[in-house]
Design a protein around this ligand. Structure first.
Ligand SMILES: Cc1cc2nc3c(=O)[nH]c(=O)nc-3n(C[C@H](O)[C@H](O)[C@H](O)COP(=O)(O)O)c2cc1C
Length: 479
């Protein structure tokens, strides 16, 4: 087992880590001396490690993993054998592991092999008299903190999405309250099949987490999305997820948060509209992360084409005016996060001879030139931030194509908000992508965050909000 000092060095040294975590260098030096990382800083260290692509497997303080239970379900895919490596990695920790393998998985690996690696019984059968008396399927479903399905076949995704429980694995998945993580792996055509994608969408909406399949060459000779990620990556994700959940659950208990996301659409007539390229991914990731940390999240979203996260309340809107009205209707709240890309204007079509055309019917082509008068939409951020129903914390997003920091700072000051997340949205840079590069700006500081997944931005932003909001409001941070 490597030591913490070595990990700090790998992360860039005492000064760098202290700066990134906004703590004193002496605190980090102390960790090196004690060979310990305080529990409430573990998350930040894990995030930093994953941002820097540093494998923390050898550094995990095993004691944080005491009393953790994982159930690994191995399905019948070509990658089944790779999950044996996941068993080996988990066995190096203090985690208690149980393994279920499906009937199809037994065509690729044997229960005996799994039993030898895990040094305990490998479960295979729903109707086993012996297992039902000792460790029945309901106990197997209730005991784990996390259920990892790896590889998850198209078949198990379909069964879980549709409530089918016809074997041990699928019955456990339906009978469990635990966090379920699926690591799908399959032929690219199977993965992109509408049925699989519908199931994927449904499962995300119900709070199932996914370790996305990789892109590349497949065992079947085809290439595309569907490869099983490196078992070490799966292991690391599950471990950091577990530690994160342990240290952040209830961080935002009783905190009400309104989040706006996605684009708005402004009709020109019943056929045409103007909008923007926002996909809603970043706002949805933030809603999902804060919900998992116990917040009562109301997500107000424009029209999007991605799965909804699991959160307390979802309100769908179309226009900027509707988003404005719905946001106001949800006040008071503790925190407002405006990540939606709201259309700044409505466009009113007119010609030289007619001041305003009838927008209720399709505008016909004429010989006259068509002009559009712009009418400003309400400014949600500024209105709420300056109102007497102002939440304790107001966070805005700023999408810029140039002078990103300067423009974001102007927005921060003029709208009287607390924090702004700024990103450069030149063509093909952010909209619709899974990655983001942002600057986090407040009155005094501007932090540049390295390029990372939108989920990771959401997690780091939640850490930041926790630090500011829970400190300002004298709320206890995690135990
Ligand atoms: C050689 C072979 C490889 C397979 N690989 C995969 C795979 O990688 N992913 C997948 O979803 N299904 C794969 N299948 C199909 C599944 O085994 C099949 O859908 C089975 O019903 C899955 O059962 P389970 O979900 O209960 O494990 C494969 C089948 C064969 C014969």
């Amino acid at each position: 087992m490597n030591n913490i000092s070595e990990l700090i060095s790998l992360l860039g040294g005492t000064g760098f880590v202290a700066e990134k975590l906004e703590i004193k260098s002496s605190a980090v030096s102390n960790w090196r001396k004690l060979n310990k990382i305080p529990k409430n800083k573990l998350n930040a260290i894990l995030s930093l490690s994953s941002q820097l692509n540093i494998n923390t497997e050898d550094f995990f303080p095993n004691k944080y993993l005491d009393n953790f239970n994982i159930l690994l379900i191995i399905c019948g895919g070509i990658a089944s054998y790779k999950s044996l490596e996941i068993i080996r990695l988990i066995k190096k920790t203090n985690i208690n592991l149980d393994v279920v393998i499906t009937k199809s998985a037994q065509k690729f690996i044997t229960p005996l092999l799994v039993t030898s690696l895990n040094e305990k019984k490998c479960y295979t059968d729903l109707f086993s008299v012996e297992d039902e008396t000792k460790m029945n399927h309901i106990m197997l479903a209730r005991k784990p903190d996390f259920i990892l399905v790896a590889p998850a076949t198209a078949n198990i995704m379909a069964k879980l999405a549709n409530g089918i429980a016809d074997d041990l694995a699928s019955t456990i998945l339906l009978a469990s309250f635990s966090q379920i993580i699926l690591a799908p792996s399959m032929n690219p055509i199977m993965w992109s099949n509408l049925a699989t994608q519908e199931n994927y969408k449904k499962l995300i909406e119900r709070g199932v987490e996914f370790i996305e399949p990789d892109v590349g060459d497949m065992a079947c000779g085809e290439s595309g999305t569907g490869r099983f990620p490196d078992p070490k990556i799966i292991f690391n994700q599950v471990i950091s997820n577990m530690i994160k959940r342990k240290t952040t659950t209830n961080q935002f208990k009783d905190v009400s948060i309104i989040i706006t996301a996605g684009p708005t659409i402004e009709d020109i007539d019943p056929v045409r509209f103007i909008s923007n390229r926002s996909s809603g991914k970043q706002g949805f990731a933030i809603a999902s992360e804060l919900s998992k940390r116990g917040a009562k999240v109301t997500l107000i979203t424009g029209p999007v084409n991605i799965p909804f996260p699991k959160c307390a309340n979802i309100i769908r809107v179309k226009t900027a005016q509707e988003m404005f009205e719905k946001t106001i209707s949800q006040l008071p709240a503790d925190i407002l996060i405006c990540s939606a890309a709201i259309a700044d204007w409505k466009l009113i079509p007119e010609t030289f001879t007619q001041n305003k055309l009838d927008q209720k019917n399709k505008i016909k082509k004429t010989d006259q030139e068509l002009y559009f008068k712009t009418v400003k939409n309400p400014d949600i951020l500024a209105t709420v931030a300056k109102s007497n129903l102002r939440p304790n914390m107001v966070i805005g997003f700023s999408a810029e194509t140039n002078n990103v920091i300067k423009n974001a700072k102007i927005k921060l000051v003029s709208k009287k908000i607390d924090l702004i997340v700024a990103n450069e949205v030149g063509e093909n840079k952010v909209f619709g992508k899974d990655f983001n590069k942002v600057f986090l700006i407040d009155k005094h500081n501007c932090e540049e965050w390295c390029q990372q997944s939108k989920k990771s931005v959401a997690s780091n932003l939640a850490d930041k909000i926790n630090k500011i909001f829970n400190t300002t409001n004298n709320r206890d941070t995690y135990a």
